[in-house]
Design a protein around this ligand. Sequence first.
Ligand code: PLP
Length: 370
Amino acid sequence: MLLENVPAHIFRIKPYQPGKPVAEVKRELGLETVVKMASNENPLGPSPLAVQAIGRKITDLNYYPEDSSYYLRQKLSEKLSIDPAMICLGNGSSEIIVNVGRAFLKPGDEILSSEKSFVMYYLCGAYMDNKVVQVPLKDYRFDLEALAEQITPATRIIFIANPNNPTGTYVAQPAWERFISRVPPGTLVVLDEAYSEYVPAPDYPDGIRYLPDHPNLLVLRTFSKIYGLAGIRVGYGIGAPGLIDILNRVKLPFNNNALGQEAAVAALDDTEFVTRSREVNREGLEFMHDFFSRHEIPFIPSVANFVAVLLSGPGEDVFNRMQRLGIIVRPLRSFGIPDAVRVTVGQAEENRLFAETFLRVWREAGGGSR
Ligand SMILES: *Cc1c(COP(=O)(O)O)cnc(C)c1O
């Protein structure tokens, strides 16, 4: 009776499927060491300055946090040389993605994005039954030309991941500039830069630079990746003050918890940690690319902290075999690439262990005999 009253589209939502926690895998498979290389987390742990800040704040937890994340917005404002009124905070950038949908979508409005991208863009449409038009990737990267051609009067929000998850590719400045100049002012462009701090490419466009000319642009960043704070849920959006005001109207009160705010403020000062994270990732990515190339294993060259590996059979097969050997990767069926897995770059020793295990599994699974 009760559930009959639930709108039909709610039953069509495929809930986000996270990877299993390490402890659960250890318990179920009776393994002593398990290395998780599945969710693009920072292998160096959290920023040490953030950990200290959390320790200092912990006795204040009886108090509600700052609702507007005041100090964190101030800190971001200084760091990015941006007016604090242009910054909103979220319980991870995932919350901001959902809030964008809540604030902007009416029945019949459409979202435009690419296929084989971040699941939150599709969920954003699914929550209120708005169509998500998905343009194919081109050479595994967002095809902004094709995206621009798909814009209609119904297109309310465009989501672009740069770099894209799970392919690790990026769109370069010229393609980005051609695209943003073609978007009508009544359509919101959400440029998701969750991995921007890792990208070494000189032609990678910094979304923030385009804000003065494009009040319909929202740039998303996160503390979940290079700052090592995925577990405490802090992300931020940068856009015109009017847009930020709208997003703040639909956020939950106290959406950023007290520890997360303190941790993020401290992490922004931890330049040593960020530099080391970038360095470890650069070396690890080089190792991964080199390993796949050397063994002629098809992969998508990446600029982020993960690599997608293209297999000749279901990704779940390699995922299961590797998990039994203590290494967790991510099968990419839910991302729309069923014959692939994604591996997050780890520390040197983890990467070596991954390579050794992957090679064994890949040969067992007949990976080389395509
Ligand atoms: C990891 C990731 C995020 C970050 O999500 P949070 O909610 O901030 O943890 C955002 N976008 C993409 C494409 C990601 O891969």
